[in-house]
Design a protein around this ligand. Sequence first.
Ligand code: ZN
Ligand code: ZN
Length: 356
Amino acid sequence: VTARAESVDAVLRERELDALLVADPMNLRWLTGFTGSNGAAVVGPGIRRFLTAVRYPVQSREQVPEEWGEAEIATDLLARAAEGGLPGRLGFADDHLTVKHHARLAQLVGDDVELVAAGGIVEELRLVKTPEEIELIRATAKIADEAFTEVVLEGGIVGRTERDVALDLEVAMRRRGAEGVSFPPIVAAGEHGALPHASPRDVPIPADTLVVIDFGAQKDGYASDCTRTVATGDVDARDRAVYALVLHAQLEALAAVGPGPLGREVDAIARQIIDEAGHAEHFGHGLGHGVGLDVHEEPRLSKQGDTALQAGHVVTVEPGVYLPGQVGVRIEDLVAVTEDGHEVLSSLPKELTTVG
Ligand code: ZN
Ligand code: ZN
């Protein structure tokens, strides 16, 4: 965590900022280790201040390293930050701080401090994960995979409602140590699977159809994300063909994940395969996204993805084909970019698997 504050210092020096005000909970957690929702930090070369609301002093003492000094306790963190003295050029997260808070901060600091829009500095640094962070994400993915194996592959889902299976997945992940889910699981059978963001219904899952199951755990703050599409018996030639197409696109795009290519270049590999099969309009989302403390973060693997992949990025590779009113297939792996390629963090089988 010490190295993280120093990496922020380095960016601030480059941008000729004296300090950065950090208040977004995920950015604050990354920077200081603090897991509470109400805190702030002022960080910069030679500056380490940590502020938190009254109810957190014990938690912050345990979590926040000594270099941050004694936590400054206040109910009004902005007022406290200003009172404690702020340097001449202070960066603030223009992508997080509301206009209202910004106006208030400007009033509090007066003319002596220049507020400079500096959103994205911490997010940018968060993109490249340390080996320790990747280990945490790997452990989170393992919990999710084990829950899926227990609930879906071993337990069987035919005749159970989508909602019941989703709840079971959540409980199974928590039982294995997850703090929670990284997002509410998606369980969508048959034509319902054609909605990429389907909510589980109180409808029994029939035999002989495809079921899209998208799920992830949250542990030690880090998220996982995985999708498998399973068959509940015999599925017809159309369903098998769609599955084979998505799997082919997934494997080809996955093979390209490594340091170097832009997000949009990896996206294009899967998109071209799906386009050429005549399903261009049936793959309406990006190929993937970064995963870390946040389940959806940079870099994006999409048509707009202009970040070059580099070692330490953790991304998903999740092409899908959705035939409205008929069926949907999505296959998603969580992947860490390594110096010489990638490591797939999802361990579940990808060949079409039939469950009871
Ligand atoms: Zn997912
Ligand atoms: Zn995803």
